[in-house]
Design a protein around this ligand. Structure first.
Ligand code: FSX
Length: 360
């Protein structure tokens, strides 16, 4: 057996030690298969593979962020963060959750790096300050920039959790006083997976880690480095209000009749057509709801530069040659073409109502 598996133990062994039943593991396998749009039969294979997988050593670094990402993960519906920490991974360093502080905490990071050289995964939440040598965000007397370079050097892969580490996020928004950049601008010689969202969907963070542990390889990624099993569809593709969009039925304000009828929020500025994430399928708070279901448009928080894109309540613009540079030209053009169809449908409907009025 691989020495690495011997040292770390398998996920199955860790589960058995804590009295987690095979049935619960099968249930999680099925849940993960559903989340990744795999056939239901894949659930059993995932559970078997997960049980035999080694526990992945993870070093978690937090940089310029609001702690929303780790708050989100600790509310993960399935698996819970406790399961993640004790069963799927060996979380060797995480500033917010670990008991160690000061020099002992730094020692834990260095020890984990030495013990798992070339085999640990670095999770980063938060963007990296680069202005003036990165002095605007430091811990233990080192800049985040130094710690990232030092820790990533012998890592297997990097998981950027949240829009800040994936694309710069809010710290990167104009005027970007700290020179904030995404992790992928600094680490260019290692695979970087972007699990974006401000914060990211907790099940997507957990699901991506579970994918790495289960399959022992990176998931397929989209053009922005995001795992396709979770970021393959736009919010608009999977939105339950989509039939209203297709019929040209739009709320014009948040308190009009259209809003009360639950019509499409496109004209209220919803960014669902150009935003790729799993909110419309996994929802939030254990599948309770998501922003559009609670009556507010999508802000597009899992896309680059979402904060500077020109207003959360502004209807998506008509195409120009600049449009879509950051939000995805194809998606934007698709959305606008779709919107055009919807507008035509609405005009036809309006005309039909007028015609009907004339005949009465
Ligand atoms: Fe950024 Fe995360 Fe938004 Fe906050 O760690 S993605 S500001 S939810 O906390 O980094």
């Amino acid at each position: 057996m691989d020495d690495w598996v011997m040292e770390q133990g398998t996920v199955g062994e860790a589960l058995a030690r804590q009295g987690v039943s095979r049935r619960s593991l099968l249930k999680y396998g099925s849940y993960l298969a559903t989340l990744m749009a795999l056939p239901p039969t894949a659930g059993r294979a995932i559970a078997q593979s997960l049980a035999g997988a080694k526990r992945q050593s993870v070093i978690w670094l937090s940089f310029q962020e609001c702690t929303g990402c780790i708050e989100s993960l600790t509310r993960s519906f399935s698996p819970s963060v406790e399961e993640m920490i004790f069963n799927l991974i060996s979380l060797d360093y995480q500033e917010t959750l670990q008991a160690a502080a000061g020099e002992a905490a730094e020692k834990a990071r260095l020890d984990a790096m030495a013990a798992n050289k070339g085999k640990y995964v670095v999770v980063v939440d938060g963007s990296v300050s680069t202005r003036d040598g990165g002095i605007y965000s430091c811990a233990a007397g080192k800049t985040n920039l130094e710690v990232l370079k030092e820790t990533a050097k012998d890592a297997l892969a990097i998981l950027s959790v949240g829009t800040c580490s994936s694309f710069g996020g809010i710290p990167h928004a104009h005027p970007n006083p700290t020179g904030a950049v995404p992790v992928s601008d600094i680490v260019t010689d290692k695979p970087v997976i972007n699990v974006s969202g401000c914060p990211p969907v907790p099940e997507v963070i957990a699901g991506t880690v579970a994918y790495l542990v289960t399959f022992g390889k990176l998931p397929p990624l989209d053009r922005l480095g995001r795992p396709k099993p979770f970021f393959g569809d736009s919010i608009h593709d999977r939105c339950y209000r989509r039939p209203f969009y297709d019929k040209g039925l739009f709320a014009k304000s948040f308190d009009d009749e259209g809003a009360r009828n639950g019509w499409c929020l496109y004209e209220c500025g919803c960014k669902g057509p150009v935003t790729y994430n799993a909110c419309a399928t996994t929802k939030w708070n254990g599948g309770t709801s998501f922003p559009i279901q609670s009556g507010h448009g999508c802000l597009g928080c899992s896309e680059p530069n979402f904060w500077d894109m020109g207003g959360f309540y502004k209807t998506l613009p008509q195409p120009t040659h600049h449009h879509g540079r950051d939000i995805g030209a194809a998606a934007a053009v698709g959305a606008i073409a779709g919107a055009g169809t919807a507008v035509l449908a609405r005009q036809r409907r309006q005309k039909a109502i007028e015609e009907e009025g004339k005949t009465k």
